[in-house]
Unconditional design. Structure first.
Length: 327
């Protein structure tokens, strides 16, 4: 009887140790934070974008209408013309001791920058047609627009961002002539698709953008998105909004195709400057003027929203559910 009991226990243990195909399938599916049906591509990393070189505004030949991403490090301004990023889509860069990665997805038209410890590369995956960066340090795959890990050790955690302000090349030429401009790193790969998603039909309220419009979105921690369009700044240049505990002045200029937001303690401490003073857009109670990148004439820098960027409206619409528009 004792031998029979031991035999039954052994059979049960062996049975429990075998992998259940259904369990394996669930584990495999749960490795991704997102629905795998929304993924395309494969883990075939783009070339490494590292050690970028810069040139001057005067030595750069771009169309006035070319869209560029701008980063401000105090009095040093760096400009990333989007066509110059196509080959790698991610540029690993550094300002003094601050390592960061500038990223641009040519499909969703979205530019974001993240702090980093090691290198980031475009993984070859797309999630909802948007790039999926991979970081060497944690082996995590990230969604650029979600700003979250979607597979790996940092799944569902946020990346730390640095502000990117988007505008046209003409604005840089006229107002930031001393900026450093990224050179092309390597010739563009033929596999990069820069076309936008086909427009889909849906019911619209009066101020919902057209599918391919570029819009500026500010995200809160729960992925509620406040959307601004360039047309929102036709008759005014400023909106004051409060999201959770944060107060933001959102400045926009339709003619310069630029929208930028600044975190403030009190809206009444800042007045909007006349457009003739551009690129200076705000002035505080002490008379200090701040430019559209948030840099003050006294060297102080205004904080920016943690999660804010420009992208095609259809991409925002695919990624998120809860939107607030300006009426």
């Amino acid at each position: 009887m004792k031998k029979l009991t031991m035999l039954l226990i052994l059979i049960v243990l062996v049975g429990c140790s075998k992998n259940n195909p259904d369990t394996e399938k669930i584990v495999e599916e749960n490795e991704w934070l997102v629905n795998k049906d929304d993924l395309s591509g494969s883990f075939a990393m783009y070339p490494l974008g590292d050690n970028p070189e810069y040139t001057t505004v005067a030595n750069t030949n771009l169309q006035n209408s070319e869209r560029v991403g701008v980063m401000s490090f105090g009095d040093e301004v760096r400009v990333y013309p989007y066509p110059n990023t196509f080959a790698t889509e991610i540029i690993n860069d550094q300002y003094q001791s601050q390592k960061y990665a500038f990223t641009y997805c040519p499909i969703t038209k979205s530019a974001l920058a993240y702090t980093r410890s090691k290198t980031l590369r475009a993984s070859g995956y797309l999630y909802k047609n948007n790039m999926v960066p991979w970081d060497e340090d944690t082996q995590t795959l990230w969604s650029q627009m979600l700003i979250r890990g979607i597979k790996g050790s940092r799944i569902n955690q946020r990346l730390n961002t640095l502000a990117v302000v988007e505008t046209r090349w003409e604005t840089i030429k006229n107002y930031f002539p001393n900026a450093k401009v990224l050179k092309s790193i390597v010739p563009s790969s033929s596999r990069i698709n820069t076309s936008s998603k086909t427009a889909k039909s849906n019911l619209r309220t009066t101020n919902i953008p057209d599918e391919r419009d570029y819009v500026y979105g500010i995200l809160d921690e729960d992925d509620n998105v406040t959307i601004y369009q360039y047309n929102d700044f036709t008759s005014q240049n400023r909106y004051d909004i409060t999201l959770r505990q944060y107060s933001y002045i959102v400045y926009g200029n339709k003619s310069h195709q630029i929208i930028s937001a600044f975190e403030v303690d009190d809206f009444n401490n800042y007045q909007t400057l006349d457009e003739s003073e551009f690129p200076y857009v705000l002035q505080d109670l002490d008379g200090v003027k701040y430019n559209v990148l948030g840099f003050g004439a006294n060297g102080e820098i205004l904080k920016k929203p943690k999660y804010a960027y420009v992208a095609a409206w259809w991409a925002f619409d695919d990624f998120f559910t809860n939107f607030t528009f300006q009426e």
